[in-house]
Design a protein around this ligand. Sequence first.
Ligand code: ADP
Ligand code: ASP
Ligand code: MG
Length: 612
Amino acid sequence: MGIVVQKYGGSSVADAAGIKRVAQRVVATKEQGHDVVVAVSAMGDTTDELIDLANKVSPDATAHAREFDMLLTSGERQSMALLAMAINDVANERGLAYEARSFTGSQAGLITDAQHGRAKILSITPERIQSAIGDGAIAIVAGFQGVSRDTKDITTLGRGGTDTTAVALAVALEADVCEIYTDVDGVFTADPRIVPTARKLGQVAFEEMLELAASGAKVLHLRSVEFARRHNLPIHVRSSFSTLNGTVVKGSIDAVSPQRIQQPSEDAGMEAPIVASIAYDRSQAKITVVDAPDEVGAAAKVFDIVAGVGINVDMVVQDASAAATERTDITFTLPRDDVERAVKALELARHEVGFERVIAVPRMGKVSLIGAGLRTQPKKIADFFSAIAMAGVNIQMISTSEVRISVVVADEEVDRAVQAAAEKFSDVEVEKVSYGTEVDGDVPEIVGIAHDRSEAKITLVGVTDEPGEAARVFDTLAEAGINIDMIVQNVSAEETRRTDISFTLPRTDVKLARAALGEIQSEIGFADPITDTQIGKVSIVGEGMRTHPGITSRFFAALAAEGVFIRMVSTSEIRVSVLVSTDDLDRAVRATHRAFGLDSDVEAIVYGGTGR
Ligand code: ADP
Ligand code: ASP
Ligand code: MG
């Protein structure tokens, strides 16, 4: 039988009893005849406690990046050694002739770059693990850590990184499956801590799981899903507290299947972003509803009207102006053939909704960069934007996901934009696609709802609306290593040719971002950045939204019925995300879950942990 890699999270090994329980499970797997490799997290809240301790000792603890990582990795060292002891005891008691051996990330051959706190895996040379397995031993590997190729210092992969350790080991060892053991029974339609009536999913496709993880579902570390998708390795998420089958993450719904993705060069590293192709689509149109009341329910009404005539919207941007005008513009793209119908329906409802007018631009195009790991590697986004800007093309709308970055541009600029992108990413194919790629079979509208309370929003008011200015902003942020999430660029006021750009980023990166932006502020000419940390994000995810009209309107109507104000909207092919105020977040998640008929009759069990 083959190799099984198992990962046990912090709540599964929270105390001595937990460690002994896990030891029994590991031995049971070995007894079934598998070779077993285990990646283990720090016990319970150990990592949080180490961070608290560091902050007590040093006012700016993370600035001591090398030492900070050295400290944090000690949590996983504790648990790996304790787990190995517990396994050896079980084996001895039962008279079994094998042992467990623990290894740090460095001993396990996990080589990373030198970015402390968010190191990327460059390569894995698991020779010591292989020889342990060869001896019949069980290998226990400390999660979330590696060693820098260049500096030889100990690094960490980022919070939640043990999932990525496990998947990377499974890939390197050519394991049959990677099992992620946690404190819930699998991947649910929403976080069961917030939505007790969430349902367990039997299976979820890689791209859907990527969107869920990127939108805050921390049941899997985003990079672990990315790794698994690239190598087409199934992940089985399940509970260490029960013997139930969990959720299998496998299968691809995207046109760019993992099989078509070329692995990055050894030098670039196993997690390097991959650009597989450039796609363009000329069948798009754009509608802007100008000067709508910026109040609860306005956006819901707009999309209800559009859905009412059976039209499927694609990208949605709601103006995120910081100015207190109490009016907003709502822009969306749709198939060109549907423009007339949409405009007619909207015009009829002008007084009822209270907007000023509708502007339709029937000839728009979308240019996309398709691949893997795009959003967690900000440099690729910046490169794409700047290539297009250099060609003098104005980017009108933006959407980003892990597997795709898309921009909407005027139809007559599509060729130039594609050409510029093709020159920048010279070794990839260019393909023409058409709106609304049909999806086979009867897919559910939405697979799940994710929420995220770890982000902040920054708004830049008064950026010159010239090609290249937005690119400069994101290039600067990319240079500072900041991962941008939602991006919304307002439709510029015609008279001033100035626009507002809003984006969200991890709250922990705000200071860094403000410093970086300070350096280009006078040159690009925007006012002092406005930061808002009282935000939460709710996202709906599912490939079904490509073909089911009315998803956006149902989502927005659910929020409106709860009195939740939508502060910003962004979309990808299979996700719609909205920003709401932190106080509204939990209610918004529950209402959305209900509105999509995802509620189950039985309550989900959460076995342990604090969910912090
Ligand atoms: P571990 O310590 O095992 O790595 P985590 O706390 O990192 O566990 O991840 C498990 C937690 O993820 C669950 O307890 C749950 O609160 C949260 N979670 C968020 N979204 C989901 C979801 N869609 N399905 C299941 N769990 C989720
Ligand atoms: N112990 C680390 C953390 O708390 C890594 C992990 O649990 O995956 O983030
Ligand atoms: Mg985790």
